[in-house]
Design a protein around this ligand. Sequence first.
Ligand SMILES: [Zn+2]
Length: 259
Amino acid sequence: MPDVETFKRYFDATSLHQRITGVDVRSAYVLKGVSARELTRRLKGGSFESSRRHGKHLFVRSDGDFWVRLHFGMTGSLQYFKCDRRAPKHTRVLFAFVNANCLAFEDQRKFGEVGLIENVNEFLTKRALGPDALDISLSQFRKIFGKHRGAVKTILLNQKLIAGIGNIYADEILFHTRIHPAAEIGRLGEKTVGRLFRTTRYILQKAIEAKADVDLMPKSWLMPHRGKGGKCPRCGRELKSATIGGRTAWFCAHCQKRR
Ligand SMILES: [Zn+2]
């Protein structure tokens, strides 16, 4: 989610309060629950007024009092540029503003989504998304860990329990708390769950400060070392990978014990 929060800040800094002069849908299948024609009709002549993020979703409020929902999938991003320049190669939807600037929603692998919704809270309820990982309280966090069973990483990734923790951030959080990703949460203990809560917040906030750019993450983090042949920045041993909860986990088998 630090990437989505970074897109939110970028959006807020570039695209608010300017009249939208056109919407160009170049790849209609990123559209979810709205046609290209309807999206254009409802946005043209209006403006974006504010934005809100929940988990991995970014919601942008139009002055017409409806919301555009952006989900960035694996490779989605935003690019704001002068409209007379060539749009990014993988532009799926292009918003043009009265000041001759454009905002491209680009997405190479096309797992991204652009939707139109009337009410954000209704959407969150319908999707049954959990509280946002940066808003969740310690007592909510404890409750989740008390009520469920399974591998700790699977719980962290479950968007219906906590919204916004992606695969690489779950690995990072577990590396910092020295918990094995497959550790059974029922055996973690109250102190460890408290540490997990604080570390989650810390890692996400630090990553947002680094604009979710792996090149700007501390070298003491797992992220710059993830992948085949990567070494643990703490003990120097080779990192291991395993499939947990359907996703590839990277971890240090020496520093992260199953307990
Ligand atoms: Zn290690």
